[in-house]
Design a protein around this ligand. Structure first.
Ligand SMILES: Nc1nc2c(c(=O)[nH]1)N[C@H]1C(S)=C(S)[C@@H](COP(=O)(O)OP(=O)(O)OC[C@H]3O[C@@H](n4cnc5c(N)ncnc54)[C@H](O)[C@@H]3O)O[C@H]1N2
Ligand code: MOO
Length: 521
């Protein structure tokens, strides 16, 4: 469907785009080279101070302001995608060769290379386990889901009405108590010319050739005869019967290994009689939020600000496949950070803040104290460049150092990792999408997926030498950037339907641009 009717439907589905729909205009190309710092520090035009409550539409208009309006339609996605395959094949993006990463990177890596390093660090899943289906939600199937039954398990009626044998009219049998209802044994066999009531989902009696819908049949006054209503044709054999095995046969592989266990997968498994699922163990993650300046409630005060990442990142990390075992706040204290890292039993520790070189940025010294190995130490990406990825010494070593029992150690004998995200909130999100996503997906057994690309709805200027990650809306005309995408801002990200990956050379309007998912669960 196209044209005004389609547009009306889409606008009904996405009302927040409505005010822009009528006014969407061609988008002017930016006239000056992209100035990242200027854009990052871009503030609302009006002076600070009390402002009248804007309407929801105004808020969204404002966010879309940078591109002169979103187009008429949007859509949502819920697909996991990696972006590493071409690198693994040695192709490289951004014009950078996909050279093997150094063991101790002395300099920032390109964005594609950093993602490839994180993917390789997570290349070996942590192990498999059999779990009750409900507990497997969010894990990845380690074996195909095999049907334990035919579906439907028996011939069944697709409609409320009568099961009939042969062409009508039919002698209508008086049903015994419960006969013809779902969940009861099939009614006694029908002989040719007979009919008996049946409900949707009830097993079909043998001898039945079709189902006559209730609204298509008429019963004579004494209730003994059934005929089609005038103008209704006799249902041909098989009409409104769901035959046994129509959807699958017992033993059929319904889903391949590598499928994410979603609510729909739980539904399918239950329908197919499967109670236990074989899944990859989800990596455990502990989130350490670093910084003395962070408050956990109320407005910023006395130079202190609210922690935005403790509330945000657990959902993101869970969407990447992790089981988040805890969020801990650690002050600007090197010894406390070292102790927290030693004490952690998680497969992956994610930290926020303290990645740079300020007086309170203790992450690098703490990692040195621990004897950790840096795999990524800075990435040529804006924002988020100080992000890092390290291999931690084994949990057993940490446990012994702390006098803890060895069996408290992470069940994973494989390497434990630390993802260090910058403190600026949008920069931290970029770091999570760059390093935590491929690492956690891999450890959790998700296969790498093809990069997801959409046409750029406008030109995206590049930043020489750096990849830019830009929060975008995805209306029909393609990816369009959202405002308020500075490193310390979350306004753009909170509205975003994806993160566009803009290579150093930029992306011309209409050319494909890779888009990463923004977790929304
Ligand atoms: N001399 C340099 N200074 C900085 C550089 C640099 O290259 N050289 N890089 C800048 C960039 S880019 C970033 S990003 C930040 C990274 O800083 P850190 O990771 O060390 O983080 P902090 O200094 O702890 O915090 C930075 C900023 O973010 C705020 N913050 C921290 N945690 C949170 C949180 N959980 N929720 C909300 N906001 C948070 C913090 O208060 C600071 O304002 O370094 C630049 N400096
Ligand atoms: O670019 Mo930082 O990484 O400002 O946020």
């Amino acid at each position: 469907m196209t044209g005004p009717e389609a547009e009306t439907d889409l606008l009904a589905a996405y009302p927040y785009l409505l005010p822009r729909a009528a006014t969407a205009e061609p988008v002017p190309e930016p006239e000056r080279p992209f100035d990242y710092e200027a854009a990052a520090s871009e503030e609302p035009a009006s002076a600070p101070g009390p402002r009248p409550d804007p309407s929801f539409d105004q808020v969204l208009d404002d966010a879309f302001g940078l591109v002169g309006g979103a187009s008429s339609a949007s859509r949502s996605r819920n697909v996991s995608r990696g972006a590493i395959r071409d690198l693994d094949e040695g192709l490289g993006r951004d014009g950078e060769p996909a050279v093997p990463p150094p063991a101790h990177p002395a300099q920032e890596l390109g964005w594609p290379q950093a993602r490839a390093v994180a993917a390789r660090a997570g290349a070996r899943p942590l192990g498999t386990q059999e779990r009750d289906a409900a507990e497997a939600l969010g894990a990845v199937l380690a074996a195909p889901l095999a049907a334990a039954t035919h579906l439907p398990a028996f011939d069944t009626s697709a409609m409320d009405g009568w099961s009939v044998a042969g062409p009508g009219p039919w002698r209508l049998r008086t049903p015994a108590e419960g006969e013809g209802l779902a969940g009861r044994p099939a009614a006694d066999a029908l002989r040719d010319g007979e009919a008996v009531r049946i409900a949707t989902g009830a097993p079909l009696p043998s001898g039945a050739t079709a189902v006559l819908r209730r609204e298509d049949g008429v019963v004579c006054a004494d209730g003994t005869e059934l005929a089609c209503r005038p103008g209704i044709a006799v249902p041909p054999p098989g009409r409104d019967i769901r035959p046994r095995g129509q959807e699958c046969r017992s033993g059929d592989a319904l889903l391949p290994a590598g499928t994410l266990v979603t609510p729909a997968v739980l539904g399918l498994a239950a329908a197919a009689g499967v109670d236990r699922l074989t899944v990859h163990r989800r990596p455990t993650v502990e989130l350490l939020v670093l910084g003395d300046e962070l408050l956990t409630e109320g407005p910023p005060r006395d130079g202190r600000i609210r922690d935005a990442l403790g509330p945000m990142l657990p959902g993101w990390l869970a969407a990447y496949g992790a089981t988040v075992t805890g969020v801990r706040r650690v002050g600007d204290d090197r010894a406390a950070l070292v102790a927290a890292l030693r004490a952690s039993r998680a497969d992956v520790v994610v930290t926020t803040g303290a990645t740079a070189s300020g007086p309170a940025d203790f992450l690098h010294p703490a990692l040195a104290d621990l004897g950790a190995t840096l795999l990524v130490d800075g990435v040529r990406v804006r924002p988020g460049h100080p992000m890092l990825l390290a291999v931690l010494p084994s949990a057993e070593a940490g446990a012994v150092a702390n006098g803890a029992a060895a069996n408290e150690a992470a069940p994973n004998a494989a390497a434990r990792h630390l993802v260090g995200l910058p403190g600026n909130p949008f920069a931290a999100a970029v770091g999570a999408a760059t390093l935590a996503e491929p690492l956690l997906r891999g450890l959790g057994g998700s296969p790498a997926a093809e990069p997801y690309r959409v046409p750029a709805g406008v030109a995206f200027p590049g930043q020489p030498g750096h990849t830019r990650l830009v929060p975008v809306a995805l209306p029909e005309r393609g990816a369009v950037p959202l405002r308020y995408d500075g490193p310390a801002m979350l306004r753009g990200l909170a509205l975003a339907e994806g993160l566009a990956v803009v290579p150093p050379g930029g992306v011309a309007a209409g050319a494909p641009v890779e888009v990463l998912d923004v977790p929304c669960g």
